[in-house]
Design a binder for this molecule. Structure first.
Ligand SMILES: Nc1ncnc2c1ncn2[C@@H]1O[C@H](COP(=O)(O)OP(=O)(O)OP(=O)(O)O)[C@@H](O)[C@H]1O
Length: 813
């Protein structure tokens, strides 16, 4: 079947596809069209990786839009949202507009109403439904990419509930669910009342095998000699073998550290085979990578890239990841050593895939656990580049004959596990039941159960009683925490319950935050009144100021000197009966949000328990809540893990170098950004909760949030809020005596240029962004102030670890 034979598509789409080399549809695509895909039928497509699922989605969306409809494409990862948007933007030429929903969880992003295709993660769609986005009921086609992820314990329930809600809002909605090849795709189709296209077809042959001894043994009975001598490991021999055939290799390993060390080793194999032109191009790429951020990870990655290999894991900054993926697709990089995140939806096909590690450490399991068949098959599916390779090869590694047999049984011959709903778990239902009540989907226990009946869980289990048991437990929890009220049969969300749902918080996180802030409000206030002592270095905020609960800008926070002075004076006044409650410190607040289930805490490594126990006692007075005793083993350990996370955030907000943070906490730059973003969101939510509950800590929370947002100490908040300034440049400006936006507008331009190390273009952009009338630097020379010179000398003599900060994009993300 050819695209031109599909009358439902907008005019010109067939030519566009032909221009991309898509003359005729792949068999599963044709089957989908025959099943009514372009006529608005719901469909589950269960097809192998890289077999053209995206085109199935596009055919459905484009024909729905041609009928006057609107489409939503749900992606499993945030990183994929912008990738998909860019991919769909080529349809703009045909009058189709595309938007990606990236706003805060609490916004409804009404501007998206004007877009024909909207791309968003399932969490984002869930929050848009909670915030009653006006355009949701105009949707006519919804695509759920990687729908087999409903099986994921953490994120699956959100996708499941979101699809159920969207179908309830729009009864005629076309749902197109794209899935890996799983055995029970029929159940997913039953749940969604959809047609099923199940296919094992691939555009390029895939051979799976196990390397043992001196050969790969393939599933079709063939063998390929790949000898391993003493100086070489199996992976190196296989990578060298692919390179000699002109191919590239993806190596999957089970940890970030392994990805990095494997990439280093493979560099030796690749480097020997590079010509001068390739080496020069790789040098340029390495430079680009170094300029993304001034961290050790960045340098390590650049060092590997110079040799033609790279590592790829979730600890990398997103700019790093896309540079690596693009260079691999352009065949400049020959090897990527990756953790399995790369297999999730990123289009990086390669001639050969090596699965070096098929077990991964699992804390719950208490040791190394074999990966799921589905996960291994997803990795294998990356093998073979259509049009470039004659076939793809996926190879597992074994050191002995028994393991080889086991790997054939376990993975090569095995079918993937069936997809199972994870909805009937308390944490999942806690969040989703509150949202369902809050957004008016159900207002009684019966109504909730009826709604839950439209989920995959109900389809798979029938009524096994579990959903109603967990529902009762969760309703009791929500009522005990004042998030809902029950009157006879009717259930309503309270004011605070609505806020929690809109903010997209796990109710348990909200309860923890409210308890912590209340502790600051009541218990600590009482403590201080009775003892007459303050635990705080910082004085309390005036309660009246808090009642002006608007949102203020960073400059409002720091620009008002009288406010600071008032506060100073209060610090000196005697504590008496009218003493307001103590003001939470940033560390106390960072610890509070770090112990919620919405923050993924850092693990304690060996030796950390002692270190953080010591820090814990030092900061005991700052914690917002009762600190568990050392005898409450698990609770105390959790408390310390949260403290480790809080210290990382505190370092970030105190301008500690990113590089030093990665070293100190054993994390990658991507982790820092992840933690910072989560803390920013949770503190924003805490600020709103404090406002709703009229707590006096609102301003303290807001300040702590701003410091996290910009990664700066208090005195830089005003400057760091200017576009393109960021944390390092703000500090340099400050050191040169430019302490505020007003200073930036009024100081002699040469001084600004000097503070920004003579970067003329950057300086002009910043001057423009701060609203300076004439930002041009024509004829202006650099001037270094005395204070800036002293600061520079200090920096240079300080342990020699100064990095070129101007290259950093920190603070601008
Ligand atoms: N009918 C076709 N003819 C030729 N090429 C096609 C056809 N359909 C898709 N392709 C190409 O095949 C490649 C893989 O397709 P795509 O990325 O859509 O696979 P996928 O199934 O979505 O993979 P993933 O498992 O990564 O989600 C793309 O480069 C795409 O342009």
């Amino acid at each position: 079947m050819k695209p031109a034979e599909i009358p439902e598509l907008p005019p010109g789409v067939d030519d566009q596809l032909a221009g991309e080399g898509i003359e005729s549809l792949y068999p599963p695509q044709a089957e989908a069209v025959e099943a009514g895909l372009t006529k608005g039928e719901s469909l589950v497509a269960s097809v192998p990786t890289a077999s053209g699922k995206t085109l199935i989605a596009e055919l459905a969306m484009l024909s729905a839009i041609q009928r006057g409809g609107k489409a939503l494409y749900i992606v499993p990862l945030r990183a994929l949202a912008s990738e998909k948007k860019t991919e769909f933007e080529r349809w703009e030429e045909y009058g189709i507009s595309v938007g990606v929903s990236t706003g805060n969880y609490e916004s409804s992003e009404e501007w998206l109403a004007s877009r024909d295709i909207i791309v968003a993660t399932s969490e984002k769609v869930d929050s848009l439904v909670r915030n009653n986005a006006g355009w949701i009921d105009q949707l006519s086609c919804v695509v759920a990419d990687e729908v087999h992820l409903v099986d994921d314990r953490n994120r699956g329930p959100t996708l499941e509930v979101t699809l159920a809600k969207l179908r309830r809002i729009n009864p005629g909605l076309q749902v197109v669910a794209l899935s890996a090849t799983v055995g029970n795709a029929g159940e997913i189709a039953d749940w969604l009342d959809a047609e099923l296209v199940h296919s094992e077809w691939r555009p390029i042959d895939l051979r799976m095998g196990v390397h043992f001894g001196n050969a790969i043994n393939f599933d079709d009975g063939s063998q390929r000699e790949v000898p391993v001598d003493r100086s070489q490991r199996q992976t190196e021999a296989l990578v060298g073998d692919t390179l000699d055939e002109g191919g590239s290799t993806l190596v999957f390993v089970n940890s970030r550290r392994n990805a990095e060390s494997a990439a280093k080793r493979q560099g030796g194999v690749v480097e020997r085979r590079l010509d001068d032109d390739e080496k020069a191009e790789l040098q340029d790429l390495a430079e680009e990578i170094r300029s993304v951020s001034d961290t050790e990870t960045s340098d390590d990655l650049a060092d590997c890239v110079e040799n033609g290999s790279a590592f790829h894991h979730a600890g990398l900054a997103s700019e790093h990841r896309s540079l690596v993926e693009d260079a691999f697709r352009d065949r400049l990089l020959k090897v990527i050593c990756a953790t399995p995140t790369l297999a999730a939806g990123v289009n990086t096909p390669s001639r050969r895939v090596i699965i070096r590690d098929w077990r991964r450490y699992d804390g719950e399991f208490g040791g190394m656990k074999p990966l799921d068949v589905l996960e291994i098959h997803q990795m294998c599916g990356r093998a073979g580049r259509p049009g470039l390779d004659p076939y793809g090869e996926a190879v597992l590694l074994s050191k002995d004959a028994d393991t080889m047999d086991e790997l054939f049984e376990r993975y090569v011959w095995a079918d993937p596990e069936p997809v199972r709903s994870k909805l009937a778990a308390e944490p999942a239902l806690r969040t989703h039941l509150l949202a369902t009540i809050s957004s008016g989907f159900a207002n009684s226990r019966e109504g909730l159960l009826e709604f839950l009946d439209a989920t995959l869980y109900a389809t798979q289990t029938g009524d096994d009683g579990r959903l109603s048991t967990v529902t009762d437990t969760v309703l009791d929890y929500l009522e005990a925490n004042d998030f809902i009220e029950r009157e006879d049969e009717t259930i309503r969300a309270t004011n605070i319950g609505h806020t929690v749902s809109r903010l997209y918080l796990d109710p348990m996180s909200a309860a923890e935050i409210i308890d912590g802030l209340r502790y600051a409000e009541e218990d600590r206030g009482k403590d201080e009144q009775s003892t007459g002592e303050s635990h705080r270095e910082r004085p309390a905020a005036e309660p009246e100021k808090v009642e002006t609960d608007g949102f203020v800008s960073a400059s409002d926070l720091v620009g008002d000197e009288t406010e600071d002075e008032t506060t100073e004076t209060e610090a000196e006044s005697d504590v008496d009966e009218t003493q307001p409650p103590a003001r939470p410190t940033p560390l106390g607040l960072y610890h509070l949000v770090s112990r919620t289930p919405d923050m993924y805490e850092l693990y304690l490594k060996s030796g950390d328990r002692e270190t953080y126990t010591e820090i814990c006692y030092e900061h005991e007075a700052e914690f917002l809540g009762r600190m568990p005793s050392e005898y409450e083993d698990v609770a105390f350990e959790d408390w310390l893990s949260a403290l480790k996370t809080a210290k990382l955030l505190d370092d970030w907000a105190s301008e500690v170098d990113e590089d030093r943070i990665t070293e100190r906490y054993g994390v990658g730059p991507g982790d820092i950004r992840g933690k910072v973003e989560t803390a920013d969101w949770l503190l924003g939510a805490a600020e709103q909760l404090a406002g709703t509950l009229e707590f006096s800590s609102t301003i303290a929370v807001r300040e702590a949030k701003k410091r996290i947002e910009y990664g700066v100490r208090e005195e830089l908040l005003d400057l760091a809020g200017v576009r393109n300034v960021g944390r390092k440049r703000a500090r340099r400006l400050f050191e040169a005596g430019i302490e505020s936006r007003a200073d930036l507008r009024n100081t002699e331009k040469g001084v600004v240029l000097g503070a920004l190390r003579g970067r003329r273009k950057t300086t002009e952009t910043i001057l423009e962004n701060v609203g300076r009338e004439d930002p041009s630097l024509d004829g202006v020379d650099e001037v270094e102030t005395e204070t800036a010179a002293v600061a520079r000398e200090d920096r240079e003599s300080d342990s020699g670890d100064e990095h070129s900060g101007d290259q950093s994009s920190l603070g601008d993300f």
